[in-house]
Write a protein that binds this ligand. Structure first.
Ligand code: COA
Length: 315
């Protein structure tokens, strides 16, 4: 859709969190029928972090985002936690995070798998349009808990982590220029897990659909934003496989040096991967006020989502 908000929102704070424990490819080679070369060549992943709880990682990343924004938890009116790995079936993990951080307003989980953070960003802008002033949006995952570490098809791919942003109402300038959200539930069997069970995945088919979904959703979001790929300073894609990013970048006509890549050291952290990529880009000085950025994700569902945002206040 074309963003037509009455009150604009801008990202004013950001932060990420990773568990301490590093699991290298070498560690996996010790227990799985795989090789270091296979994992690096087919995925681009060298290591991933494992451990903690979704709520614990979310609290850490959320607090960092509040600190960057110069806000205290009591300033937050709504907490949206994007996750596909909640800590409990009931209640929402957002409830745990809300209690731990001490945010006074609403708290809700949002599950759109690896597309979750972009869905959350659009939802947050929608709440700003309704009058909310300050929203804490977090993507947090403990994928390690739904990974069968004896299954080489999935064990090499996933990791744990969290990334968060604060979205504040501006009264005028809006950071969200255009977006696209989609889902095809008829393909849900391609990547699924029962409650309490491990992920099952048809990797090759997910790969094929992922490239197509990223290109299509990105093009729709750019068209609605009235921009072209040449206008973008940076693309922050979901971090699942470097070859998916390369393939999509080639088809979109953007060079890899204008994409953000953290998966080499994080693996696929689902809803946490885009905010972690965004935080990495800001902290390494790759984003400046006024820059146009495309956030684009895809994942189980199958779901997909893209958003074109204008960074900072330099509009
Ligand atoms: N080590 C060694 N061999 C492995 C392996 C591993 N860790 N995992 C799978 N293989 C094998 C397969 O069993 C297959 O063997 P076979 O030909 O005897 O059946 C072979 O490698 C090739 O499998 P293929 O599926 O063609 O490999 P690929 O190049 O597509 O790479 C993935 C496999 C999983 C890395 C890739 O398909 C992928 O990344 N898919 C998308 C997954 C994804 O992003 N999921 C999350 C979505 S949010």
């Amino acid at each position: 859709m074309q963003a037509t908000t009455r009150t604009g929102g801008l990202i004013t704070g950001w932060g990420a969190a990773l568990p301490d424990k590093v699991v290298t490819n070498e560690d996996l080679v010790a227990t799985l029928d795989t090789t270091e070369d296979w994992i690096v060549e087919r995925t681009g992943i060298r290591e991933r972090r494992v451990g903690g709880t979704t709520a614990g990682l979310a609290v850490e990343a959320g607090q960092r985002a509040l600190d960057t924004a110069g806000l205290s938890p009591t300033d937050i009116e709504l907490l949206i936690l994007c996750t596909t790995t909640p800590d409990m079936a009931i209640p929402s993990t957002a409830s745990l995070v809300q209690d731990e951080l001490g945010t006074p307003g609403g708290a809700v989980d949002l599950n759109a798998a690896c597309s979750g953070f972009v869905y959350g960003l659009v939802a947050a802008h929608g709440h700003v349009a309704l009058g909310y002033e300050r929203i804490l949006l977090i993507g947090a995952e403990t994928m390690s808990r739904v990974t069968d570490w004896d299954d080489r098809n999935t064990a090499v791919l996933f990791g744990d982590g969290a990334g968060a942003v604060v979205l504040e109402a501006t009264g005028g300038v809006d950071g969200l220029l255009g977006f696209d959200l989609g889902s095809d539930g008829s393909a849900r069997h391609l990547l699924e897990a029962d409650i309490g069970g491990f992920m099952r995945m048809e990797g090759r088919e997910v790969f094929r659909r992922a490239v197509r979904a990223v290109v299509d959703t990105a093009n729709r979001a750019m068209q609605r934003a009235g921009v072209t790929i040449a206008d973008l300073a940076l693309v922050v894609p979901h971090q699942a496989n470097i070859r998916i990013i390369e393939s999509a970048a080639r088809r979109l006509g953007i060079s890899m040096d204008r994409t953000v890549n953290v998966l080499e050291t994080t693996g696929n952290t689902s809803a946490a991967s885009i905010p972690m990529g965004l935080v990495h880009a800001v902290e390494s000085g790759r984003l400046h006020g006024g820059d146009l950025v495309l956030l684009v994700g895809f994942g189980a569902g199958m779901s997909w989502a893209a958003a074109v945002i204008r960074w900072g206040t330099g509009a």
